[in-house]
Every structure is written in C-alpha cells, then in structure tokens.
Design a protein around this ligand. Structure first.
Ligand SMILES: CC(C)(COP(=O)(O)OP(=O)(O)OC[C@H]1O[C@@H](n2cnc3c(N)ncnc32)[C@H](O)[C@@H]1OP(=O)(O)O)[C@@H](O)C(=O)NCCC(=O)NCCS
Length: 181
C-alpha cells in the first residue's frame, strides 16, 4: 500500500484538479476522457457518493467513479460501471490504483450492490475479483471491445439473472461509442 494515501469521496472543489489528473493519466486522449467525466457527472447515471479521489501530501493523485449503465434482458435495469480510473503518472505503479479500487469496491458492497462491471486492462482487474463478463452471460455494449477487457465482479447478492446486454448511456459518445438507434 502506498504511504500516506487517503481515499475519500470527491468534492465539487476537486473537479478542476481531478480533470488535470484524468488528462495526465489518459495522455493519448486527454480531452475526451476529461469531458467523459463531466458528462457522467451531469447525467442521470451519476452517483456522486461513489466517486472517489486518492490524496497524499501533494494533493489529488488519483480518481475513480462508479455510475450506472443499462442492462437489457436482466432482472435489474442497470449495473454499476467503474470508469474512468486515473492515477497521476508520477504516482503510478506504487499501489495507489489498487488501493482506490479496493476501497471503492468495499463501499459498493456496503451499499448492497451485487455487481460491478469494468471495461479495462485485462491484466489488471482480475486481481480485484473481476471475471470475464461473457462467461457470466453478459453481452458486451460494443463489438470493438476485446472479450477479455469486458469484466464483471460478482459481489454478495449476485445472481445469474443480473446478466444481460450492457447498454452504454449517452456520456459514452464522448469516447466514440455509437449506441444502437
Ligand atoms: C492503470 C492504472 C489505473 C493502474 O493504477 P496504478 O496505481 O498505476 O497500478 P497499481 O500500482 O495499483 O498496480 C500496478 C500493476 O498494475 C498493472 N498495470 C498498470 N498499468 C498497466 C497497463 N497499462 N497495462 C497492464 N498492466 C498495468 C501492472 O501489473 C502493474 O504491476 P507492475 O508495476 O509490476 O508492472 C494507472 O496506471 C493509470 O491511471 N493508467 C493510465 C490510465 C488508464 O489506463 N486507466 C485505466 C483504464 S482501464
């Protein structure tokens, strides 16, 4: 665990520095991902109490948010999605991301949610208990997503009828996803 790192919910005053951290982390498409964060925050799918920062003596060093995405054909209309996940480059690979994800998943579990999905690095998320979503009968929101990058973590209360076709909300347009008409 990284020394002196505190995880706490994001506050409005953090928004500008969060945008800086997001832009620095997603160096290949900084504007798109920073505006994705804003679109999620402004949307009906936003869950303000499930957006978190990691902070050390230098300020905010990482950010993650959970928000709703749709699930068609399932017993519930939505599932929590963990995205985007950003660690400031000078604090990467020292365990900050892991600390933030574990803390966020703990708070999700406390809130009684039965599952979380992620579209992300296939070599990273399984250590937190994420599994291939297709093996759990989820259908990917977009054909360009590699099967191994589409993952779900089952939590207490998970049941197979939560699986269905994931539908990304409008905020994902920012990342170039086209939703079905
Ligand atoms: C990916 C990211 C969130 C991981 O957070 P982190 O705090 O740097 O990672 P941790 O210290 O918790 O874990 C380190 C391990 O993560 C894995 N990892 C980190 N980045 C990785 C990458 N781009 N590809 C594959 N594995 C990666 C490695 O196994 C690494 O172990 P190593 O140091 O032995 O190589 C962070 O590096 C980041 O913000 N990257 C840029 C933005 C991004 O890609 N976000 C995630 C999109 S799903």
């Amino acid at each position: 665990m990284a020394e002196g790192v505190v995880i706490r919910p994001e506050r409005e005053a953090d928004h500008p520095v969060i945008a800086e951290v997001v832009r620095a982390a997603f160096v290949g498409h900084p504007r798109e991902v920073a505006s994705f964060v804003e679109r999620i925050r402004e949307s009906d799918q936003s869950i303000p109490e499930l957006a978190f920062v990691a902070e050390d003596s230098s300020g905010v060093i990482a950010h993650v948010m959970l928000s709703w995405v749709g699930v068609e054909g399932a017993s519930r209309p939505g599932i929590l999605n963990l995205t985007p996940m950003s660690v400031r480059p000078d604090r990467q690979r020292i365990g900050v991301g892991a600390q933030l994800i574990r803390d966020a998943l703990g708070r999700v579990e406390e809130a009684g949610e039965p599952a979380v999905m992620v579209e992300g690095i296939a070599a990273y998320y399984p250590r937190f208990g994420f599994e291939r979503a297709s093996a759990l009968d989820f259908i990917s929101p977009h054909p360009t997503i590699p099967d191994e990058a589409f993952m779900v973590k089952r939590l207490r209360g998970y049941s197979p009828d939560l699986a269905g076709r994931i539908v990304y909300p409008a905020a994902f347009d920012t990342l170039g996803y086209q939703r079905p008409a």
